[in-house]
Design a protein around this ligand. Structure first.
Ligand SMILES: C[S@@+](CC[C@H](N)C(=O)[O-])C[C@H]1O[C@@H](n2cnc3c(N)ncnc32)[C@H](O)[C@@H]1O
Length: 247
């Protein structure tokens, strides 16, 4: 049976292995490039990260002198952040980033690693764009990183992808597509010497153009779209995008 949407469920399954898994999946240097780009886009002003998680982006941004605060729905993920040097000092509000307000006005709101798709409906995603806009100073930016839907790759309805092949870890992702409601139900199967773990995550996916419309509804304009954090041009072949919206 499909896992119900619950902002804390993802963290319950993955928090203690999140950093290990993402450092294996994310292309080398991607986190460093993301931090470079986010620092530029913030122009020295305060940053709000939706889904701050274990602090993969927030901690290096703070090290570079930026003020960063976060919202997250998972105490398990935030406990991992708190256990790291400097992690206690970052203010985090627990809640749903589609609706939760925090005090302050920000230069940059960040939503990385496909987390926009963790919101279960178009309404919730529009709410998230509106919530980002409500936290921005005039001219402030909202940055969204997400994959580009590639439904042809799982046209049959299900697909199996090999994500990591290593001597100490093999990671496979099983996906089931519901095209009618733009849902991708996934379970990563993490195989290590400790055994096998199932890591479920559901995605309400959207094409970049739909996200652009959500930004417009929230009063923001599309400023940039890159294929990655290195500003690689976005083309027909791009499998992911980093999109920047401006209030
Ligand atoms: C893929 S992780 C990304 C963590 C971090 N931003 C990074 O780049 O490594 C997604 C994070 O978003 C949180 N999250 C997912 N849906 C949420 C929601 N609706 N409200 C608040 N947090 C949510 C999860 O708990 C998790 O910490």
């Amino acid at each position: 049976m499909a896992q119900a949407f619950d902002a804390s469920a993802y963290g319950q399954a993955i928090a203690d292995v999140y950093d290990d898994i993402y450092s294996a999946i994310i292309p080398e240097g991607s986190t460093a490039s993301a931090v470079d780009r986010l620092q530029e886009l913030a122009e020295g002003g305060p940053v709000l990260e939706f889904g701050i998680g274990t602090g993969r982006l927030a901690l290096p941004l703070v090290k570079r002198g930026l003020t960063v605060v976060g919202i997250d729905g998972s105490t398990d993920m935030v406990d991992e952040l708190r256990a790291k040097p400097g992690g206690e000092e970052i203010p985090v509000t627990m809640g749903d980033f589609a609706t939760t307000r925090v005090p302050g006005e920000f230069s940059l709101v960040v939503l990385a690693v496909n987390t926009i798709y963790a919101l279960p409906s178009q309404d919730a995603q529009i709410g998230c764009f509106r919530n980002a806009a409500a936290h921005l100073r005039p001219g402030g930016r909202f940055v969204v990183e997400a994959w580009v839907p590639d439904i042809a790759s799982s046209w049959a309805g299900t697909a199996l992808r090999l994500l990591v092949v290593g001597e100490r870890r093999v990671l496979v992702e099983a996906a089931r597509l519901s095209r009618a409601d733009q849902m991708m139900h996934t379970t990563k199967i993490d195989m290590t010497a400790d055994g096998l773990r199932l890591l479920p995550a559901n995605h309400r996916y959207a094409w970049p153009a739909e996200l652009d419309l959500m930004a417009r509804l929230a009063g923001m304009e599309h400023e940039h779209r890159w294929a990655d954090w290195c500003r690689t041009p976005f083309t027909d072949d791009s499998r992911a995008h980093v999109s920047v919206y401006r209030l």
